[in-house]
Structures are given as C-alpha cells and as structure tokens.
Design a protein around this ligand. Structure first.
Ligand code: PLP
Length: 408
C-alpha cells in the first residue's frame, strides 16, 4: 500500500486566490458588465524590460546553431550572471564568494526547499502576518507539530506583528532555530531598519540560529536607514542566507529567475555540535534535485544589469512605487490607518469601522467594484486589514481611489 505524506493534508487545498475568484465570480454573475479594478494583486502587470527580451531573442538564436548551442549549464548558474550579482553586492560594500551564489527559478522554490537541508526538529519562527509559503512549507515538511484552536501550530513560533509595533517583528522570548524574515514585508509593506535587523543578527549569533532572509522586494527600498541586504549587518554572513528574485524587481514572475546566497561562513550543526557549512548541503541538494536554470532565462537576467536594463528596471519600480504612494496618500486623507507603500509596492490598512477583512472585501467589491486582498489571508492577525498594491495601472489606481473617496 502506497502511503501518502499526510503532512500535505494539513494545509489548504487551493491557492488563497481561488477563494477570492469564487467571490468575484459570484459578483460577475449578477453584474456581468461591471468593470472591476484589481487592486489587491501580488503580481506585476507591466511587460518585461526590452533589454531582457532582446537578450532572450539573441540567446534563442544561439540555441539554433551547433556552435553556440547550450546543453546542461553549470549547476549554480552561468558565470556571466553570477559575476553581475557579485559586482552589484560589491558596489554596496559586500564581498561574497562566487561559490555562495545559486541562481534559481525564482524565490518560492528555494523558500520551501530549504527545509530539505535543515533538521526536522528545528523550531521555526515566522512573523505574522506574512507570505503564507513559510508556514505552509514548515507544515508540509512535518515541522508544524499540532494545531490548536487558534489555528496555530505548536512547533512554530509566531512573531506577532500589529499596529502597536508598526508591523515590525519582535525578538521571541523562547529560543528558535530558524527565523524567516521578509524585508520589506509582504503583505504589510513595512520595513525592518538597520538597528532592528542588527538585533536579529545578534540573536541568531547568540543562539546559533539561522535567518532565512527574503529580499524579494529589496529593489523597492528608497529610505536611507533600511538595509537592502542583510549582509550590511555585521556578522550576518555567519547566520543568514539571502533569497532574491527578479520577479518583482524586473517583471520576471512569468519568466522565473532569482538567486539565493549561502555565504561560506553560514553554519548549521550536527547533534554532536559539529559545524557544517550550509552551503555544502545546498550544493548536494542541487546536485541531485536540479540541473540548473535555463540558459536563455539567465541571459535575460544578465541583461538587466546593462546600463539600459538598469534604467528600465528603475522605471518599472518607480511606476509601481508611485501608485503605492498615491494609494497611501489617498487612504490617509480619509483618516484610515495606513502602513507600507513607501519602500514597498504594498499598502496595508485597517478596514474602516473595524470590519473583518472578508466583510470589507465584499463592501469594496459590491459598492466600489474594487478587488482588494483580505488581510486574513496572511494569518489571523491580519483580520481587520486589507492589502492594496501598486501593481495596477496608474489610471485604474486613480479611478479606484476616486470611487472610494466619493463614498467616504
Ligand atoms: C513574490 C514574492 C516572492 C517571489 O517569488 P518568485 O518565486 O521569485 O516569483 C518571494 N517572497 C515574497 C514575500 C513574495 O511576495
């Protein structure tokens, strides 16, 4: 009898967006011609930079000729891309070894797969509200423990974030081994500044913990005291791996490419206390579970570092940030409690009249024909909140704010 991995039965069966679509479809049946504005989305909407697309054309052409055809590539990624990544780190004063970079198919697979190389009994800390993948990956890999009435898992430590702490996670009272930090955070759009992040690095150094640092939105940072990389903090190479992605930075959500940094100093431990560089385990894992990322896609990523590529990326991010700023301003003018939207495409706000997320979702949908992202999707502590994003077109963002303003 083939047994199932029952840990997989413990997490939701469908994407949370399916729940939203179900409700949107119910609305559409009654109002088939109404124009809806999707202001909650977590996906980019602007097309790829031209530089990336012309690199794809060129690389595709190379694949057509035997002299330039590429088969399996280097396991960790092509040098042409890794060199650009290292150079960018160097320009902000961070020196990393070539061996520490692993080009990947975007951040999400690594966020989950990292569990393969970490011991089963680690206690995992997750800020809440946050990107749901961290918690689901912990549960699926059998690290959840038991669920309680509050829908909390016994082996996961939840770092409660609320408006009282400005949605910045605080150090846990108990000892934890693995800490997921998302900075700037999705969904709240809030950031951990250098002083706060140093506390985490120091905690990890003291407790021999590691930090899984999700920097998917690092390119949106524009305030000076917010770290772009965790390696700006002294000692971080010993305790943190950093996951980055071209998805939100350069519109690669459909193309799929990113990279994860495993500094050679980053250690985990055997039960007898022996130090093991985490990089070695990740290398072995990739050796057996991966054959690298497509040559064509890596050429597209490389092109983002050209002069023109950089300008195009800046324009893309500027566009989304402008929308986020606009949303932030307009909602603040209504007197709503608003977070994020400065170093992030996400604006997180308290629902008016303290409504539960889903109730306000319906109000938005039926009264204003706007689709928001209910905060409760990111954990119970997100209930009573809603996420908007700057990923919509400027025209639709403006129209949506007009609709809300005329009614409040
Ligand atoms: C979008 C996003 C990612 C990126 O995922 P990809 O797999 O690279 O597309 C990672 N982390 C967070 C928090 C995100 O919102």
């Amino acid at each position: 009898m083939a047994l199932a991995n029952e840990n997989y039965l413990k997490i939701p069966e469908s994407r949370f967006s399916d729940e939203i679509e179900k409700r949107v479809n119910a609305f559409k049946v009654l109002h088939p011609t109404t124009k809806l504005i999707r202001l909650g989305i977590g996906d980019v909407t602007r097309p790829l930079p031209e530089e990336a697309v012309s690199a794809i054309h060129k690389a595709a052409e190379e694949m057509l000729h035997s002299e330039t055809f590429k088969g399996y590539g280097p396991l960790q990624g092509y040098d042409f891309l890794i060199d650009k990544i290292l150079k960018t780190y160097r320009s902000s004063g961070i020196t990393l070894d070539k061996e520490s970079i692993f080009v990947n198919h975007g951040a999400k697979p690594d966020i989950g797969n990292i569990g393969h190389i970490l011991g089963r009994d680690n206690i995992i800390a997750i800020a809440e509200p946050v990107y749901p993948v961290y918690e689901n990956a912990a549960i699926m890999s059998g690290r959840g423990g038991e669920i309680n009435d509050e829908e909390k898992w016994s082996n996961i430590v939840y770092l409660h974030c609320s408006k009282e702490n400005n949605f910045v996670p605080e150090l846990p009272d108990e000892r934890v081994d693995i800490i997921y930090l998302c900075n700037p955070n999705n969904p709240t759009g809030t950031v951990i500044n250098k002083t706060e992040l140093k506390k985490w690095v120091d905690y990890a150094l003291e407790n021999q913990s590691i930090i899984i640092y999700d920097g998917a939105y690092h390119a949106y940072i524009n305030e000076p005291d917010i770290p772009h990389s965790i390696y700006e903090i002294k000692g971080a190479k010993k305790v943190a791996l950093e996951i980055r992605s071209y998805s939100k930075t350069a519109g690669f959500t459909g193309l799929r490419c990113g990279y994860t940094v495993f500094p050679k100093e980053l250690m985990v431990y055997t039960r007898t206390g022996e130090e093991i560089p985490l990089l070695k385990l990740w290398y072995r894992r990739n050796l057996n579970y991966s054959n690298g990322v497509s040559y064509v896609v890596q050429r597209a990523a490389e092109a983002l570092y050209s002069r023109k590529g950089r300008i195009e990326i800046q324009e893309l991010i500027g566009y989304y940030l402008e929308n986020a700023k606009f949303i932030r301003e307009k909602l603040s003018e209504l007197g709503w409690e608003v977070f994020g939207g400065v170093n992030s495409p996400y604006v997180w706000f308290k629902t008016p009249r303290n409504q539960p997320s889903w109730k306000f979702f319906h109000e938005l949908l039926y009264n204003y024909n706007i689709i928001g992202m209910p905060g409760i999707i990111f954990g119970k502590s997100g209930d009573g909140y809603m996420r908007f994003s700057g990923f919509c077109s400027y025209e639709d963002t403006e129209e949506a704010m007009k609709r809300i303003k005329s009614n409040y």
